[in-house]
Each structure stands twice: as structure tokens, then as C-alpha cells.
Write a protein that binds this ligand. Structure first.
Ligand code: ASP
Length: 440
């Protein structure tokens, strides 16, 4: 049994958290591959080391001293080292980095040092081998991961040790330059590592006990999701539930390696298991709904034209207008004489008048209506597919509660039902759906 265990920023924020990580790792022999984020926030008003490093870079770019910020970074790492009684000469490495701080220091290199130093300290604390991510995670020039090279490099390192601590969030370009991933990318590192060593489980340790069925800021004490499929999680994270970086799903999904979301501060809680699950439509086991998530601030551009369904190419022409402005489309609900294009309000705000003008020119519609301040709420559940009547119940419940549905969309595999409502109804809609399908 091999487990890749990834600890997020708050799990490695200070010496006390380091100790919790050690207890977790050493309590299970299978936990041999440890990935860490940069030290994060110790409390809600604290700073993340990664944010401070970005801030240093911004100061350097404008030739403003970043000394006070760099000092905060040094203080944090040295405090962890001293409190844990470690010997790694981090002061020297921090000092070297300080000497190299100048206007043209590569952003990727500087920002990656947060995970680098955290991993160095953790490796010594656990007695595991430090393995620099730049020595095995390789990107191709197009920015995708070069899995062939990454696997080859990892096999080479495995000849020397089988207990590693790896800094998350970065890798190397083919020429060896450090390249960072998207924010929160430590999750992706864990997933890449799990894939290349063919781990049995990828444990992702954070500060929440798994994924909740709804946003706790909206629904009081929502239940924890025990098991969820990769596709259900994709739907929920796309709609705003963000416990795990969404790109962390693909590498492990391919190999069907389960991801277990766990809480460093509540280690006995089993958390949430993300894996491929059989969908047996005749089974009544488990809740119909796996989770509910949503986002506010969408804009619907509704295009009306009589006899539209007989006209070839009208949707394409409208979509080309959006393509021209590089705006990605969320949904395209359609009727017989109308269709709507749903986009993020932030993406369209600047060009809305030009877009409407061009749609009028390209599509010659009878009417174009722009409806802003729309929230989308996705109700996701693998058990909903092939079950008649679920959408009906959902719409009826919203109607009974006086919520006006402005738009409806459903994915082809029927694992989600998306409703568009006015922003002001967002929270209420989420609660009504939760009460109906989960609490009932
Ligand atoms: N340290 C990086 C960030 O704050 C990556 C991570 O934590 O996963 O975005």
C-alpha cells in the first residue's frame, strides 16, 4: 500500500501544525510520499508565505524595498526551525535568496521558494528524503505536464529512497527553469505524484473535514459528503465548491486512484472519498443529491427571432461574436424562437454594447435582451440520472417558495440540474433545495 499525502498551507503554518503532520504521517507506514504547500495562515488575519513572496516581487518590479516583507518570511521559517530544534541551515539559504532579490528575479523562482523551504524543514522533521520538484516534475513547452519524463525521473529517484518530502506547486520547464502552477497548485503536484508512482490513495490534508453538501455560510451545518465521483466533484467545484484544485482531479482519475480529503486538525474524521462509483439506477442506497453549489453574477443574453428553428447557422453566428471577444460561454439554453447565451458578468461587462450591436448585425434578431445579476445553482447527484421526476420536484419546490426560475440547464449525463435565479434569490434557492432533497 502506498499513499501520497499532501498537506495544504494551514497544515504547515507553524511548528504546532508541523507536529500534527508528523503524527499523521508516522501513524501509517503507507504514507511515504509527502507533498507540502508553503506555510499558510496560522489564523485568519495572518499572511500566507506565497502571498508575501508575490508581494516582494511586486515591490522589486517597481524598485521599492521589500525588506520588511522579506523579514516576515524569514521570521516565520526561522521560528519553525527553532521551535522544532531542526539543524537545516535555513538562515544561510534565506540570506542567499535575499542577496539575489533584484528587479529581474524570475517571479516563478521567487514564489516557489515558499514550498521549497517548507519542504526542506519538513523533510528533516520527518526524517524523509527531500526531493526537489524541479528535479522530477517536468512541463512541456505548451505548459502541460510531460508525464513520460516525470515518471522516468521519479523512477530514477526511487532507486535512492522510498520516503520523500516534495515541495508542491512547481516543476521545471524542459530547459530546467522553475515554473509554478496555478494558485493552489500543490494539490496538482500531489495528484501528479500519485499518478506516476501509481499510489493506492491520494490523501489531501486540509483544514476542513471533507467536502460539505452545501456552503456552510448559506446552509447551517450541512452534512459531509462521504463519497463522490470525480465527475460530480468537477460539477461542484466548477460551480464554486473549492476544497481541491479542479485540475488535481485529472491525473488520478485516469488511473482511478481515490482522493481522500482529510482534516489535519481532526485526523480521525474519515473526510470525503472521491472515486469512480458504479451508478446503479435500481439502487436506492445513498442520498439522491450529492451536493449543491452555485455562483452569482452571470449575464444572460437572450436572442429572439420568429421561425428561428428553421434558420441554419444563427447560433454559430452569435457564438462567433463571443469568440471574437474571447468570452467563454457557460450555457446555451434554447427554445423554438429564442436562445440564450449565459456568460460570467465580469467577462462581458466591458464589451456588452459592442456585443449586442454585433449580434444584431450578424443574426438580425427581432429582439435581444440582456439580463444581468443572475445566479446559477447546480444540484449534483449521480443517483439523479435515469430517475424521472427529480427536476419536476425541484422546480415545484422553488415555485412553492416564491422563487422565479429564469433559466434551466441539465448536463447530458443527467448528474446535474442547473437553475438560474436572480442574484438576490441565490441563498434562499440553495437552502430550499437542501431542505427538500437532503434534510427531508
Ligand atoms: N502556495 C501556493 C498558493 O498559495 C500553492 C498551494 O498552496 O497549493 O497558491
Amino acid at each position: 500500500m502506498i499513499k501520497v499525502v499532501k498537506f495544504g498551507g494551514s497544515s504547515v503554518a507553524c511548528a504546532k501544525q508541523f507536529q500534527k503532520v508528523k503524527d499523521i504521517v508516522l501513524s501509517d507506514d503507507a504514507r511515504r510520499f509527502v507533498v507540502v504547500s508553503a506555510a499558510g495562515r496560522m489564523h485568519k488575519d495572518d499572511n500566507k508565505i506565497t502571498d508575501l513572496l508575490y508581494l516582494c516581487h511586486a515591490h522589486l518590479r517597481y524598485s521599492v524595498s521589500c525588506d520588511p516583507i522579506f523579514q516576515m518570511i524569514e521570521d516565520r521559517f526561522i521560528a519553525i526551525k527553532n521551535e522544532l530544534g531542526l539543524t537545516y541551515p535555513i538562515e544561510k539559504d534565506l540570506d542567499n535568496l535575499k542577496q539575489s532579490l533584484r528587479k529581474n528575479i524570475p517571479l516563478d523562482y521567487l514564489v516557489s521558494r515558499g514550498e521549497y523551504f517548507t519542504a526542506k524543514l519538513m523533510a528533516e522533521f520527518l526524517g524523509y528524503t527531500f526531493l526537489d520538484a524541479k528535479d522530477f516534475i517536468y512541463f512541456s513547452y505548451d505548459g502541460s505536464i510531460d508525464f513520460v519524463k516525470t515518471k522516468e525521473m521519479m523512477e530514477h529517484h526511487l532507486l535512492k529512497s522510498d520516503h520523500f518530502v516534495v515541495p508542491g506547486f512547481y516543476g521545471a520547464m524542459p530547459d530546467g527553469r522553475v515554473k509554478i502552477m496555478a494558485r493552489g497548485g500543490g494539490d496538482i503536484t500531489g495528484s501528479i505524484l500519485a499518478k506516476v508512482i501509481e499510489a493506492n490513495v491520494y490523501e489531501n490534508w486540509t483544514d476542513v473535514s471533507g467536502i460539505l453538501m452545501a456552503d456552510p455560510r448559506i446552509v447551517k451545518d450541512p452534512r459531509r459528503i462521504e463519497k463522490i465521483t470525480y465527475s460530480e466533484l468537477r460539477e461542484l467545484s466548477y460551480m464554486g465548491a473549492n476544497v481541491l484544485h479542479e485540475d488535481a482531479i485529472f491525473p488520478v482519475k485516469e488511473k482511478n486512484i481515490p482522493i481522500n480529503i482529510r482534516n489535519t486538525n481532526d485526523p480521525f474524521n474519515p473526510g470525503t472519498l472521491i472515486m469512480e462509483l458504479e451508478n446503479d439506477p435500481s439502487s436506492h442506497e445513498g442520498s439522491l443529491v450529492t451536493g449543491i453549489a452555485g455562483r452569482k453574477d452571470f449575464t444572460v443574453v437572450a436572442i429572439y427571432k420568429n421561425h428561428m428553428s428553421n434558420e441554419v447557422g444563427i447560433i454559430r453566428r452569435a457564438l462567433e461574436v463571443f469568440e471574437h471577444y474571447q468570452i467563454s460561454i457557460e450555457h446555451i439554453p434554447s427554445g423554438i424562437d429564442s436562445f440564450s447565451i449565459v456568460v460570467n458578468s465580469a467577462d462581458i461587462k466591458e464589451n456588452i454594447y459592442d456585443i449586442v450591436a454585433q449580434i444584431k448585425e450578424q443574426c438580425r434578431p427581432d429582439k435581444v435582451k440582456v439580463i444581468s445579476d443572475i445566479a446559477l445553482i447546480a444540484t449534483v447527484g449521480r443517483h439523479m440520472s435515469y430517475r424521472p421526476g427529480i427536476s419536476g420536484q425541484l422546480f415545484a419546490e422553488l415555485g412553492n417558495n416564491g422563487i422565479n426560475i429564469r433559466m434551466i440547464a441539465q448536463g447530458t449525463d443527467e448528474i446535474n440540474i442547473i437553475v438560474g435565479v436572480e442574484n438576490k434569490d441565490f441563498e434562499k434557492t440553495t437552502r430550499v433545495i437542501y431542505e427538500k432533497f437532503v434534510r427531508d
